[in-house]
Design a protein. Structure first.
Length: 173
């Protein structure tokens, strides 16, 4: 199943992209298929199939949340980075992602440089949250997202690559 990609979102309306690039597979549908497969039983052997655990081993939401907190802590220590959203605490549980901007550097430049020079993939743009971006007074943001296959080493590699990226773009000042 493919959904239409949103070109612009406003509080009470939306405008869809009008070309062939508008079709994308929503991540939540992929996750649902994986989850259904991981809890379904086969009729022949009546055993549980858990493809995620087979490939990546066991994991749980607490580990992912801790990794997200590690990402937040590491990212908050980088100069000229502004993270959106509250810091993790006992009462604030963050998802394992950080939306952020770097002072005087466009998020798309950050994402492109990280990808092409370091092989690190992050997202940049509106993230289907244009009303929030307008409210924050920003045109776009970068987003680093983690999942069960990521490790602290991945976060450290991202932070090192981000620092190098910031140094590259600020060297022109």
């Amino acid at each position: 199943m493919a959904l239409l990609s949103v070109e612009e979102a406003v509080v009470k309306a939306r405008k869809y992209i009008n070309n062939t690039t508008r079709l994308e597979i929503p991540t939540n549908l992929i996750n649902n298929h994986i989850k259904q497969g991981s809890t379904s039983t086969t009729t022949q052997c009546h055993t549980l199939i858990d493809p995620i655990s087979i490939v990546y081993g066991s994991w749980n939401e607490n580990e992912l949340m801790e990794l997200g907190n590690y990402l937040y802590d590491r990212l908050s220590s980088v100069s000229d980075v502004r993270i959106y959203g509250p810091a993790p605490s006992r009462t604030v549980k963050r998802a394992a992602l950080c939306s952020f901007n770097v002072k005087d550097v466009h998020p798309t430049d950050i994402a492109t440089f990280l990808d092409q020079q370091h092989g690190v993939a992050i997202r940049s743009g509106h993230h289907c949250a244009q009303p929030l971006h307008r409210h924050l007074g920003i045109s776009a943001s970068a987003r680093a997202s983690l999942h069960f296959y990521n490790t602290k080493d991945d976060v450290d590699r991202f932070i090192d690559a981000l620092k190098d990226t910031i140094n590259f773009f600020t060297s022109f000042k």
